[in-house]
Design a protein around this ligand. Structure first.
Ligand code: AOF
Ligand code: ZN
Length: 415
């Protein structure tokens, strides 16, 4: 399909707008919308900020006002057709007199789908699939959650250039720079849950909390989010809050960072901490059990334990737990996105079970030559079974480099 240049440009802007919602919209999607008047000029822009708040279309329509009549709306996700926390956007678009709606991705959720059909029935011209790939990418966490009924998994590791996360004697602190560690905290705070294995809990006693440092750039960026500071925008106040938590100024990061909880008017929320602890070995005084954030300990359904913690009992799978079942249970608790950290054994199990959706690697310009590998056994016995990935993004972070990659779907792999 030949996409008119203007359609692609306006949808690209809508995708960028959607990205501003990263880290605050869960359990809702990130969505962006641009409304163009009948003469082709941009009349309104909006993005979804938090669940229960106005949808992107409603923000953009409010900004456009009467200029929406006869105009075109570009939306990254098919407009909803249901009354949930807010009214149906299909109705809002019809009432505003929009003549054409351009959609990137169809809404997979049964409760909200049907907006495109409703608009067509109302005489609106609807084009779908414009910039679908980019719109899929920006909303990949929620689309995975909505389509597969499980949480989306980002596996993060930090290692030396030769892929090692600890020295021979087990020491592992400060391989990567403060800048890289600050970046990790942003990812953590944008996630709904932070997951680690019992090996990491026993060896490092991590807190697994999100502690995003005050970023000097934030002051400069405050209010630069597109919804911010526009009197016509019903969620201007909220958006300003969200904007203050996002590095919206530097394009490379705007899409992959979240971390807008602090300062977001919708409320500060600590990500759930999850320990994958098949045999129930978490020490009662582990830091992960402190009251800084809620914690779930995932254990096998056949063990006995008197751990005083929230337990999630799951079927066994090989030497560990059924991680698909874990992600389903987490999705049932509205965990859209999981940030998987530590250690190599658990990461290997996620890969083996086909459940690592995205990999974020921080590589330091350092070499160890021996010591713990970043990744343990991952179900690969021979080179033909290697997990193949593709790079999405390569960025310098301080003296380190951050690589974002995703698995290429391979026939025969467990999904
Ligand atoms: C959003 N923001 O901008 C759009 C959404 O819980 P509700 O009533 O707000 O509805 C959420 C559903 O609406 C969501 O799961 C998605 O299917 C649809 N579209 N949602 O949160 C938006 N356009
Ligand atoms: Zn809607």
């Amino acid at each position: 399909m030949e996409i008119p240049e203007q359609d692609a440009a306006h949808m690209a802007r809508a995708v960028a707008l959607a990205g501003y919602g990263h880290g605050t919209t869960s359990p809702n999607p990130v969505v962006g919308c641009v409304v163009v008047d009948a003469g082709g000029a941009v009349a309104g822009e909006g993005f979804h900020v938090y669940a229960g708040g106005p949808h992107a279309e409603v923000v953009a329509l409010a900004q456009a006002g009467e200029r929406a009549r006869g105009g075109t709306a570009y939306v990254t996700l098919e407009p909803c057709d249901h009354t949930g926390r807010t009214g149906p956007c299909s109705r809002a678009l019809l009432d505003a007199g929009i003549a054409r709606v351009v959609v990137a991705v169809a809404d997979p959720s049964p409760k909200a789908a049907g907006g495109a059909a409703r608009l067509r029935a109302g005489g609106v011209a609807v084009t779908t699939g414009v910039l679908e790939g980019a719109a899929e990418r920006v909303n990949e966490e929620w689309l995975t959650y909505a389509r597969l009924g499980r949480s989306h998994v980002t596996w993060k590791f930090a290692a030396t250039l030769d892929g090692r996360s600890a020295a021979e004697d087990g020491t592992s602190q400060w391989i990567t720079s403060p800048e890289a560690r600050a970046d990790v905290h942003r990812w953590r705070s944008a996630a709904d849950a932070i997951v680690a294995g019992i090996g990491t809990v026993l060896s490092d006693d991590p807190r697994l909390t999100a502690r995003p440092a005050a970023d000097p750039r934030l002051a400069a960026n405050a209010g630069s989010a597109p919804n911010a500071g526009r009197a016509a925008s019903p969620n201007a106040g909220r958006a300003a809050g969200a904007g203050s938590g996002l590095d919206v100024g530097s394009g490379a990061h705007a899409d992959s960072w979240g971390g807008a909880h602090a300062g977001d008017g919708a409320g500060v929320r600590a990500p759930l901490r999850v320990v994958v602890d098949t045999e129930g070995r978490t020490p009662p005084d582990a830091k992960v059990l402190d009251d800084a954030a809620p914690t779930l300990i995932a254990v096998a359904d056949d063990i006995t334990t008197d751990l005083k913690a929230g337990l999630l009992r799951l079927p066994r799978h090989g030497d560990g737990l059924d991680l698909q079942a874990l992600l389903r249970e987490l999705a049932a608790r509205e965990v859209v996105s999981v940030f998987l950290e530590g250690g190599p054994t658990l990461a290997g199990a996620f890969l083996q079970q086909g459940l690592a959706d995205r990999v974020v690697a921080y590589l330091a310009p350092a070499l160890l030559g021996s010591g713990r590998a970043a990744l343990g056994a991952a179900g690969v016995g021979t080179i033909g079974h290697m997990h193949r990935l593709t790079f999405d993004e390569i960025s310098p972070i301080g003296p380190d480099v951050r690589l974002i990659a995703r698995p290429i779907a391979q026939p025969g792999r467990e999904q």
